[in-house]
Design a protein around this ligand. Structure first.
Ligand SMILES: [Zn+2]
Ligand SMILES: [Zn+2]
Length: 415
């Protein structure tokens, strides 16, 4: 019995050990054949996700995750360490580190900042230089505002050069500038008049004020430490988002080793309706939007406006049909505006369409325009004329009453 529980205990200890030191490949979510580029991409993706400044609550476990990530990346991105790890596992790496010069791992935030600029932390401290924000205007069709949409756009973002990891150096070697001694500035004496000198501080042009010089420039960024390349951004247009509303991507503007990236700010502009944005031929592509309400103009013939007995189907922006119509005998005046509640835009809500929230909708305002026929067959014209003659002054409207004018002008009824 005693022997049995001892065996169980040691088994438990083994399991514990296995959990403690999780596989580096697993931590980064890559396979054993992963290239350096894949490692980098995996690290970047996960590091952003687990950066403690980005996470609300549970900062401790996020921090722990970042430590694990950088440890895994540090080992696997180093060819020698990776070989040791593949052969001898965590213990091998530990032994190598203890025996060698380094010992221990680096601050995980150092690695983070090498990829993302700044000092590893997002805009927490005010003394941290921050890059400029970048404003982008993206045109969205009314249909996408109504239904919500996920789309992509590209822009030329400045990245920290991946080849030299932001050092600007081909061999990773960065020296202190010999001209300015690393200060980035030089003191220049200028003669104002004989015997009169002025001392001026000037930016060191040998190192561009950085205080560092590079012998072998990185061939990719030409020593600039950064490069511009087209970057694809996924844009989520939420249902009912306001025209010209903004979507902010924190810290996703231009990167630089010298600053924390600013924000990428996307303005959702409304696109003019175009046939290519209307593959389902919905009428609604030509709705006009004002806030949460939509406007539509419907044309009626004289017969329809006066006699009634007509219907219209408007295909809405999500292809559902709104039916307009009048039964026989129902008159529609030209210029009349009909309010159809609930057929406007969905009212934007931060929870979107979720179990806890259903969208409310604005109104649809339909303006009727009556078109009189400007051509008639002679026979038809005669028929109508006779008909009007028969009925005028007997039945009809009081034009004077309807005109609202004060003085009695023509007190005649007219059809
Ligand atoms: Zn480079
Ligand atoms: Zn210098």
């Amino acid at each position: 019995m005693l022997l049995h529980s001892f065996a169980l205990l040691s088994l438990l200890a083994l399991v514990q050990l296995a959990i403690c030191a999780e596989d580096y490949y697993k931590i980064l979510g890559v396979d054993k054949q992963a290239t350096n580029k894949q490692l980098k991409a995996a690290y970047k993706k996960l590091a952003v996700k687990f950066h403690p400044d980005k996470r609300n609550g549970d900062e401790e476990s996020a921090h722990q995750k970042l430590v694990e990530l950088s440890e895994a990346y540090e080992v696997l991105s180093d060819a020698e360490l990776r070989q040791i790890y593949d052969r001898h596992g965590h213990d091998g790496v530990k032994q190598h580190k203890n025996g060698g010069q380094g010992g221990g791992f680096h601050d995980p935030f150092d690695l983070f900042s090498r990829f993302f600029g700044g000092h590893g932390h997002y805009g927490h401290s005010s003394q941290e230089p921050r890059g400029h924000n970048v404003d982008v205007k993206i045109k969205i069709s009314l249909r996408d505002f109504y239904n919500g949409a996920t789309t992509e756009f590209q822009w030329n973002r400045q990245h920290i050069c991946e080849t030299c990891e932001g050092t600007g150096s081909a061999d990773g070697q960065v020296d202190t500038c010999s001209v300015c001694g690393g200060h980035g500035v030089r003191i220049v004496k200028q003669q104002l008049a004989p015997g009169m000198f002025q001392q001026m501080q000037m930016r060191c042009d040998a190192c561009g004020g950085r205080g560092k010089s590079i012998k072998h420039k990185c061939p990719v960024c030409n020593g600039q430490r950064v490069e511009r390349k087209p970057t694809t951004v996924t844009l989520q247009v939420e249902r009912g988002a306001a025209r010209d509303s903004k979507v902010v991507y924190e810290n996703e503007a231009d990167e630089s080793p010298d600053w924390v990236a600013g924000d990428l700010v996307v303005t959702l502009a409304e696109k003019e309706p175009a046939p290519e944005d209307n593959p389902d031929k919905v009428d609604g592509a030509y709705f006009r939007r004002k806030g949460d309400d939509l406007y539509w103009t419907e044309v009626l013939s004289l017969r329809e406006a006066w006699m009634g007995g007509w219907t219209r189907n408007i295909t809405h922006l999500d292809s559902h049909v709104v039916r307009l119509g009048r039964t026989r005998g129902q008159v529609v005046q030209s210029g009349h505006v009909e309010t159809i509640p609930g057929e406007g835009m969905p009212k934007w809500h931060e929870d979107g369409e979720s179990p806890g929230h259903q969208h409310e909708f604005g109104n649809l305002y339909v303006t009727y325009e009556v078109i009189l026929p400007d051509q008639m067959e002679k026979k038809m014209e005669n028929d109508f004329w006779d008909l009007w003659e028969k009925w005028r002054a007997k039945q009809g409207v009081d034009l004077h009453k309807d005109s609202g004018r004060p003085e009695p002008a023509m007190a005649r009824d007219e059809l």
